[in-house]
Design a protein around this ligand. Structure first.
Ligand SMILES: Nc1ncnc2c1ncn2[C@@H]1O[C@H](COP(=O)(O)OP(=O)(O)O)[C@@H](O)[C@H]1O
Ligand SMILES: [Mg+2]
Length: 268
C-alpha cells in the first residue's frame, strides 16, 4: 500500500506557515518570511513582545486579516490539504481552525448561552446532536459557565469571560485552536486554570497554537516554541530547550530561573 505523507492525511492535518509576509495598509510590514508548523495534536507556543506580530500571524491563519486591513503579500498557509492564505474566516472554521481573539471579546449584552450559540455559526449543516455534544464538552470544561447560562456575559468576571471566549470557539469543534494571550490581565490562580484547560483541550485531540507574553506558562504547556521579534522568527525549538536559552530567560522569563538578579538590571 502506498504511504501518504503524514501531513497530507486529511484526518491528521498539520498547520504549515511558509515564508509568510504580511503588511497592513500600503506600507507597514508586520511579518517577514515567517515559517511555523503546528503538528497534528500538538501544542506550539508563539512568544514575543508587544507589537512583534503574534496577533497578525493568528489573523493570517484564521482568515481575519482583511477585517484589519492587512494582507498576505507572500508565502503560504496550509492546513492539511487546504490552502488558508487569502481565505475568509468561514473557510478556516470549516477547515477546523478557530481563533480566540485577544482581549476575551464576548458579546456583553448577550447571555452566556447566546454567546455559545454564536460559536458554531459558520457551520451551516450541523446536526442538533453535534451542537449538543459541543455544548456538553464546553460545560464539562467550564462548569462555571453551565451555572451561568442565562447571565449576561458582561456580568462575568474577567476569567469567566476568557473561559466563555474559549468555550465559544470550542462550539465550532476545532481541530486547531488559535489562542491569543488567554492569560493576559488575569490573576495567577485564573492563569493556572487557563493552563489546565489548554492541557485538557489538547488531551481531547485539539492542536493548539498558543500566543503568550507569559512565557513561563506557555513553555510549560508547549512541545515546541517560536520567538517572534519585530515581525521575524528569532528563535525556535523544543519548548524545554528554549526555556533554557539565555535570550529567552533574560527577555521573556524575567530572570527568575537562575537567581542571578543582578543580570536582569540591564534588560529592558
Ligand atoms: N489593524 C492594523 N493596522 C495597522 N497596523 C497594525 C494593525 N494591527 C497591528 N498592526 C501593527 O502590526 C505590528 C504587529 O502587531 P500585532 O500583530 O498586534 O503584534 P502582537 O500581537 O505581537 O502584539 C505592530 O507594529 C502593530 O502596530
Ligand atoms: Mg497581540
Amino acid at each position: 500500500m502506498p504511504e501518504a505523507p503524514p501531513d497530507e492525511e486529511p484526518s491528521l492535518p498539520s498547520l504549515r506557515v511558509e515564508e509568510l509576509d504580511v503588511t497592513y495598509g500600503r506600507a507597514l510590514s508586520a511579518l517577514r518570511s515567517v515559517s511555523l508548523t503546528v503538528p497534528h495534536g500538538g501544542v506550539v507556543a508563539l512568544l514575543g513582545a508587544n507589537g512583534a506580530g503574534k496577533t497578525t500571524l493568528l489573523r493570517a491563519v484564521s482568515g481575519t486579516l482583511r477585517l484589519h486591513r492587512g494582507a498576505v503579500t507572500a508565502g503560504r498557509i496550509r492546513y492539511g490539504g487546504t490552502d488558508l492564505d487569502g481565505r475568509d474566516p468561514v473557510a478556516a472554521v470549516r477547515a477546523g481552525v478557530v481563533q480566540v481573539p485577544e482581549g476575551r471579546r464576548v458579546f456583553a449584552g448577550l447571555s452566556v448561552d447566546e454567546n455559545l450559540r454564536a460559536g458554531g455559526l459558520g457551520l451551516s449543516r450541523r446536526a442538533p446532536a453535534q451542537v449538543r455534544e459541543a455544548r456538553d464538552r464546553v460545560f464539562a470544561l467550564f462548569p462555571r459557565l453551565a451555572e451561568r447560562v442565562r447571565q449576561p456575559a458582561g456580568l462575568l468576571s474577567g476569567g469567566e469571560q476568557q473561559m466563555l471566549a474559549i468555550g465559544r470557539a470550542l462550539m465550532a469543534s476545532p481541530r486547531l485552536l488559535l489562542l491569543d494571550e488567554p492569560s493576559l490581565g488575569l490573576a495567577p490562580q485564573m492563569v493556572h486554570r487557563i493552563a489546565e484547560v489548554v492541557r485538557l483541550i489538547n488531551a481531547q485531540g485539539t492542536a493548539v497554537l498558543l500566543v503568550e507574553q507569559n512565557a513561563g506558562m506557555a513553555l510549560s504547556l508547549a512541545d515546541h516554541a517560536y520567538v517572534l521579534e519585530v515581525g521575524e522568527i528569532r528563535l525556535s525549538g523544543p519548548a524545554g530547550e528554549l526555556a533554557r536559552t539565555d535570550a529567552v530567560r533574560r527577555l521573556y522569563l524575567g530572570e527568575t530561573t537562575g537567581g542571578t538578579a543582578a543580570d536582569g538590571q540591564g534588560a529592558a
